[in-house]
Design a protein around this ligand. Structure first.
Ligand SMILES: Nc1nc2c(ncn2[C@@H]2O[C@H](COP(=O)(O)OP(=O)(O)OP(=O)(O)O)[C@@H](O)[C@H]2O)c(=O)[nH]1
Length: 231
């Protein structure tokens, strides 16, 4: 797919000089987003790019089973210029490409780092999978797990590695809660019980600033990353 650069909105990338990896290199912070099919991973990536792209240099890697649909959505929505979006086709097992054989994703990340230096942030979106999909620590620095209220308000209670161990749990589509009878307070207390001190945010991406809690969390991760790099 090709989009004419002239039709893209202007993006003012001012990669910050202090965007250093703790080892002193200029590697970007890598954040993985996983979660069940249709929970809102691509919508979260799109909204994050819109919220952060004017002050951070961002690239995205998408993982789809047999298609490039998520990347094509992001291109169509023009959330970033085309050269900042790479699609990996994972074949039948999306979790394998982010957890076990991460070579295709690592290659995509490294190519983006080489062609667009220096990047501040790379978002890696997993293909939709079940509640056990987690990212390899060799691929990402932090992981976000996105679930949504319409899949049942008992999902946090049921747990699974994504729910219990992700660095951030996003409970998306809160606007649908009244229509599907989801009890957000129960979801919040179940999630807290499963996750201890790990953070949980509730989002509705139908509102303009719905992504803010996730954007704030990403900002916090970047600030910590830079502090670590500066030590
Ligand atoms: N009502 C509502 N719809 C949402 C919200 N977030 C996403 N959606 C819709 O939910 C559908 C699925 O969203 P996606 O972002 O494609 O979900 P995904 O997790 O990337 O899906 P896969 O890549 O297929 O696993 C789309 O029609 C979105 O527009 C939300 O906060 N509220």
């Amino acid at each position: 797919m090709h989009l004419d650069h002239d039709t893209m909105p202007p993006h003012h990338h001012t990669p910050s000089a202090e965007a250093l990896h703790p080892d002193g290199s200029r590697r970007a912070l890598r954040i993985g987003l996983g979660g069940p099919v249709g929970s809102g991973k691509t919508a979260t990536v799109a909204a994050l790019c819109r919220a952060l792209r004017d002050r951070l240099s961002i690239a995205v890697v998408t993982n789809d089973i047999y298609t490039r649909e998520d990347a094509e959505f992001l291109l169509r929505e023009a959330v970033l210029p085309p050269e900042r979006i790479t699609a990996v086709e994972t074949g039948a097992c999306p979790h394998t490409a982010i957890r076990d054989d991460i070579s295709a994703n690592l290659e995509a990340v490294e190519e983006l780092e080489e062609s667009l230096p220096p990047l501040d942030l790379i978002l890696i979106e997993s293909g939709g999978d079940n509640l056990t999909a987690t990212f390899s620590k060799g691929l990402v620095d932090h992981q976000v797990f996105v679930i949504d209220v319409s899949s049942g308000d008992d999902i946090p209670r049921k747990g699974g590695p994504g729910i219990t161990t992700a660095d951030l749990l996003v409970v998306n589509k809160t606007d649908l809660a009244p229509y599907v009878g989801a009890d957000l307070a129960t979801m919040a207390s179940d999630a807290d019980r499963q996750r201890g001190k790990l953070p949980v945010v509730f989002t509705s991406l139908t509102s303009d600033d719905g992504i803010q809690p996730v954007a704030d969390w990403v900002d916090g991760c970047l600030a910590a990353w830079r502090t670590e790099a500066a030590v």
